[in-house]
Design a protein. Structure first.
Length: 494
């Protein structure tokens, strides 16, 4: 297999064709989801979880020109897009709301996503918002491919990583979901790619500043990784380019000041970020295992191909890419931050919601062992794990209600399969919401198996890996790029 890029125009056409295929699949899946995902016994609709509450904020901005959502819940302005009871106006918890200054009721959800959705939200119909989210996910997929090529310089492993990630959990399931995760992930990967570029220039500094500025408006939990990205830019040489400092500091600083003023006007200060429970170091051990292995929400349970991302993460030091440690810094720090929440699983939402933000970075790392080891064994493992993930996501697409769990320690997907197959599966898989001895066994065994399998595939004698070759680096183009290629390192398809 040729690991060095050739035939770049033909390769780019193939990427565009694949992106079109993904968009067609995503639209078809959404149409089926919208037509079938309803339940009268328990209010479950194709817009569910936090999604209708984000749309209530947009409704308040459209109808009333303000952020006071009390009258919107009281007068049930949500019925056009959520034909069930959504929130009792006497109950702040049901409305996902907080009291603000003067007793005004404001949503606890951030403003960034409703503002972004506002131009596409017409007459209570969120269809345009869903199209926007799918378009952003498609663009995010292009960035996954480009980041993988930035890291490996190899076309086919990068395309394989893109296909494995975009057609499986969590990105395919969140493509039509109205959550801040996908826009946040897009901003993050754009900023990381700009930092990794070997030839920094003015527009990349401005791009990083813009991403850092926007992330906290999508969700306050994106504030720490935004600060990490800004710090990484400084540590990777930004401190030497004094003339570029204003391009990053001014948008980021203006955003921070604006955010503080905004919350002070509404609540008299930053509201508590407690929708995911209490933050404690004592939660990290359970949360760290559950984010990957929990039978209801774990990433590796629903998309086992991300095992290759763990192998890729361990090989960053051998890549001939300057500052590849930035990926390790962002992934590990944000992962530990998520694990410290008592509600690390994200509650009523499709699996692995909390990891969607860093999933593009993990997805790109899938290409690293494929390119660096380039053996029959690792490609075979990739195919088997990808096929397993495709089969799982097919089950979730076929029966949409299987995506949602009541965080009681029992996976509805495993229950469904147990009934179909006549085999008790629930007891075989771990829960870290309701931990058991099985959870401890998985927590010990999986790291051992992953490390041993990686060592065996690396040392199994199938093939000695050749060092990765980077594509030639062209002089930087000082013209501002299109969003699809922003932050590209070298000739990574941009």
């Amino acid at each position: 297999m040729e690991m060095v890029d050739s035939g770049r125009p033909a390769g780019l056409r193939l990427v565009v064709l694949c992106a079109g295929l993904w968009l067609a699949v995503s639209l078809g899946a959404f149409a089926y989801f919208r037509a079938t995902h309803t339940s009268e016994a328990q209010p479950i609709y194709y817009i569910t979880g936090d999604e209708p509450h984000y749309l209530v904020i947009a409704t308040s901005l459209q109808r009333d020109g303000d952020l006071d959502v009390l009258n919107n819940y009281r007068e049930k302005h949500y019925l056009p897009f959520y034909p069930h009871h959504l929130g009792d106006p006497r109950d702040l918890h049901e409305m996902h709301a907080l009291y603000g200054r003067g007793g005004t009721v404001y949503s606890k959800h951030p403003l960034g996503l409703p503002l972004m959705a506002l131009p596409f939200f017409r007459n209570g119909d969120p269809f345009g918002v869903h199209l926007l989210m799918m378009a952003l996910t498609g663009l995010l997929g292009v960035q996954v491919f480009l980041l993988a090529r930035d890291l490996t310089g190899a076309f086919w492993p990068s395309l394989a990583a893109w296909a494995a990630a975009l057609f499986s959990t969590p990105l395919l399931l969140y493509a039509d979901q109205i959550y801040p995760e996908v826009p946040g992930a897009l901003l993050l990967v754009l900023a990381v790619r700009a930092i990794l570029n070997r030839r920094p220039c003015w527009w990349r500094a401005l791009l990083i500043g813009g991403c850092v500025a926007l992330l906290p408006w999508l969700h306050l939990r994106y504030g720490p990784p935004a600060a990490l990205v800004a710090g990484a830019w400084v540590l990777t040489g930004g401190w030497r380019r004094c003339w570029q400092w204003p391009l990053l500091v001014l948008p980021a600083g203006a955003s921070l000041v604006g955010l503080l003023v905004f919350y002070d006007r509404l609540f008299g200060g930053i509201p508590p970020v407690d929708e995911f429970g209490a933050v404690s170091v004592a939660n990290i051990a359970i949360g760290a295992a559950g984010l990957l292995l929990d039978q209801q929400y774990g990433l590796l349970i629903y998309a086992p191909v991300y095992v290759l991302a763990l192998w890729g993460l361990a090989q960053l030091r051998w890549l001939r890419v300057p500052h590849a440690w930035v990926l390790l810094l962002v992934i590990v720090t944000y992962y530990g931050f998520l694990a410290s929440f008592s509600y690390w699983f994200g509650a009523w939402s499709p699996p692995a919601r909390m990891l969607v933000f860093i999933s593009p970075l993990l997805a790109a790392l899938i290409a690293v062992p494929l390119a660096r080891w380039n053996s029959a064994g690792v490609w075979g493992a990739f195919c088997v794990l990808t096929a397993a993930g495709y089969w799982i996501v097919y089950q979730l697409l076929l029966t949409p209600s299987l995506r949602y769990n009541l965080w009681d320690g029992t996976s509805v997907l495993l229950e469904h399969l147990s009934e179909q197959w006549g085999i008790e599966l629930v007891a075989l898989f771990p829960s870290y919401i309701e931990p058991s001895p099985v959870s401890v066994i998985w927590g010990i065994a999986v790291p051992v198996v992953v490390v041993a399998a990686g060592w065996w595939l690396r040392r199994g004698g199938w093939r000695t890996p050749a060092p990765l070759r980077r594509p030639d680096i062209q002089p930087p183009d000082e013209e501002a790029p299109s969003l699809a290629t922003a932050g590209s390192a070298g000739q990574s398809g941009s």
